[in-house]
Design a protein around this ligand. Structure first.
Ligand code: PMV
Length: 316
């Protein structure tokens, strides 16, 4: 171990369609969100391992329970590589808003795993990267479908089905996606558990709603392939209504979704775990996207991002 400094990076993601249903084997579509990034830097030092990140600054072994996913991965990787858990410090900087459905926890894990392997001078295979990310995501989310790990590690638009090989596909639709942040933290773990309870207590209705979400995702894929933005927008709005029925939306998300639709969006829905976090809206031109974005901001969105889905994936 002769390196002094190692850097690992990772980008965020947006789920376009299929969140929650993906946990039950239905497909989902996710796109990379390169406008938001995580950078982990590891420095050689002396003494106990130090961690410096948004939620904590201090000795790794005293890090709070909320960081258990990350600290477990750091400890387990160091041990599995036959290295000692001392004499280095880890600094994590992120522009991915935490707990907003942008894949922050997977990106933090992935940037840190990349930095650690580099610091210890070992090659990192894609399978190892996914395996370690999964260790962290299981602790953070309880029962992750693996979609965050797949999209954040691969950085390509995905049609994802749990347990199946990931299918990248080209997203060349001439439309604009607006991401609106409610400013409220999302609650992926609680939302995933809420859906599980819904399905447990209302099995038939739950099964139908999850299946319908899957059908909407398949239809969204066809709409993207046939450049049918209007149909894609309709599928998005219908998916939002189903997610709301499943209990994973909230008043802020519903309000921003209806504001986007009233401002001319082709479709709008929550994105990611829900119960807070972000929503997305589809617009057919840059001017409409700017208008919807300004409406969202004046309706209480804390921030918005606009992406041209046919060209760049995200610009501010
Ligand atoms: O991590 P988030 O909040 O973007 O949501 C993950 C998507 C879910 O479908 C809600 C959970 C999962 O593991 O797929």
């Amino acid at each position: 171990m002769d390196k002094k400094t190692s850097v690992g990076t990772a980008i965020g993601k947006i789920i376009l369609m299929g969140e929650h249903a993906v946990v039950y084997g239905e497909p989902a579509i996710a796109i990379p969100f390169p406008g938001a990034k995580v950078k982990t830097t590891i420095y050689k030092g002396n003494g106990p391992v130090l961690l410096d990140c948004l939620y904590y600054k201090g000795v790794l072994s005293n890090a709070p329970e909320t960081l258990l996913g990350l600290t477990k991965v750091i400890k387990n990787i160091t041990e599995s590589l036959g290295e000692e858990l001392k004499d280095f410090s880890i600094n994590i900087e992120s522009t991915i808003l935490p707990e907003r459905g942008m894949g922050s926890s997977a990106a933090v894990a992935i940037a840190t795993i990349r930095a650690l392997y580099d610091f210890f001078n070992r090659p990192l295979t894609y399978d190892e990267l996914l395996k370690w990310t999964d260790v962290s995501e299981k602790i953070v989310h309880g029962n992750p479908s693996g979609i965050d790990a797949a999209i954040v590690s691969g950085e390509k638009t995905l049609y994802y089905i749990k347990g199946k090989p990931v299918i990248p596909f080209e997203f060349k639709l001439d439309t604009y996606l607006i991401v609106g942040d409610t400013g409220k933290k999302g609650q992926t773990r609680a939302a995933v558990e809420g859906v599980r309870q819904f399905i447990e207590s209302k099995a038939e209705e739950g099964r139908v709603l999850i299946k319908e979400l899957g059908v909407l995702t398949m239809s969204a894929k066809s709409s993207i392939e046939s450049n049918d933005a209007i149909k894609l927008g309709e599928s998005m709005t219908r998916a939002h209504n189903i997610l709301d029925k499943l209990g994973v939306s909230d008043d802020n998300l519903n309000f921003l979704v209806s504001e986007a639709l009233n401002s001319g969006a082709l479709g709008a829905k929550l994105t990611g775990g829900g119960r807070g976090g972000c929503m997305i809206a589809l617009a057919s031109s840059r001017e409409e996207a700017n208008y919807i974005s300004s409406k969202l901001l004046s309706s209480g969105a804390e921030n918005t991002w606009i992406s041209n889905l046919g060209v760049d994936l995200v610009d501010k």
